[in-house]
Each structure stands twice: as C-alpha cells, then as structure tokens.
Write a protein that binds this ligand. Sequence first.
Ligand code: DX5
Ligand code: ZN
Length: 221
Amino acid sequence: MRPFLIAPSILSADFARLGEDVDAVLKAGADVVHFDVMDNHYVPNLTIGPMVCQALRDYGVTADIDVHLMVKPVDRIIPDFAKAGATIITFHPEASEHVDRSLQLIKESGCKAGLVFNPGTPLHYLDHVMDKLDVILLMSVNPGFGGQSFIPSTLDKLRQVRKLINDSGFDIRLEVDGGVKVDNIAEIAAAGADMFVAGSAIFSQPDYKTVIDEMRSELAS
Ligand code: DX5
Ligand code: ZN
C-alpha cells in the first residue's frame, strides 16, 4: 500500500479566515485539503463552491485539493471545479444520472476521479467502473455535517473494498470520511483505508501539528 494521506476537512476550519487556516494545517503536516461541497438538496447543509476553491489557489495553496461533491445534479459543476484548481473530484453515484459519464467528465477535465459511498449505499456501483477510479471514498457518517460519530459497520465495508481494490490490480486510493480521530485511526487503517479525512478532530484543537503527529504515530504503530 502507498503512504497514508491525512486530509483535513475544511468544513471545520474557520471560514472567516480560510486561507490562513488552510495554510496552518498544511504547515502542520497535512497532505491534502479535503473540500466539502454541500448543496442543501442532496444533503441538508450548504457550504462552498468553485469560487472558494479558486480563492485558495489564489491565496497560494499548492497542495492537492480533494473536492467531495455532495450535490445533485453532479455534472454541471465538474468543469468549474477543475478550472478552479481541484486535484481530485469525488461524487456520490446515486446523485448522478450517468455514473460512467460523470467519471469521464472528471478525467477529461484533468482531475483524478472517485466515487463516494454513504453508509447505506451498496457497493454494486463499483461493478463496471473500477478502471476509471483513482479514489473510492467510504463515508463513515451520513453526509451533511462535521462532528458526527464514526459508524462501526464502515470497518467491514472498508475490508470488502480493500479486497476489491487489491483483486482488481488497479491503483486506487481508499479514503474514509467522518468521525476519524486519533483513537480510531489505527483500526480504520487496519481495515484497509489509506487516506483519512478528519475535520473536527483536527480543527477543534489549538495545535494542529500535535494532533496530526499523533495520527501519524497511531498509523505507524
Ligand atoms: C461530512 C463531510 C466530512 C466531514 C468530516 O458530510 O463529508 O468531510 O466534514 O468531519 P468530521 O471529521 O468532523 O467527522
Ligand atoms: Zn467530505
């Protein structure tokens, strides 16, 4: 497996001073910026769009930006995010009319592509598209809000997807999102994840470096 990636969710960052806060978390050792896009339609919350992604690029953020689309419809916002500097774009397959087309659109826009599975979403959406995926993201909470508790059945689902990825031979990241903390990250990694989104666990702490270092030492144990 490739090196573990820690991706702070900026949903829990200080939106009034987002550039500084993203800078701080990257300087503290984060690998990737996780960017949660909510539309108050597919999920019951409303967040940020391509203009804010572009603003982070203009501010000088050079790290990969992992755009997690919790929107419906999916396709029309993809090119805008690609132009605004997204590196990875993931979406929920049940929110897209044509999953294969949405994946192709992301690739044609020059970004890495991924599918996101809610705790109750079946894995059959993976059946015919593994060759088009750079990332599979398993939600370990129901999407819409930060600060929720990790749903334990995600561990079994992670083990299933890790096996699917290994059996496929494709180079696909296995990302997990929701309720990831210092005290459960090792168990989540043992189940097969290699990319960890953490929002409240990092941004609620006064010192981001301490918590990221603690996560890395858990991952190394
Ligand atoms: C939830 C979002 C998550 C969320 C994670 O819908 O996709 O990225 O911000 O937050 P925590 O780590 O606080 O569960
Ligand atoms: Zn997310």
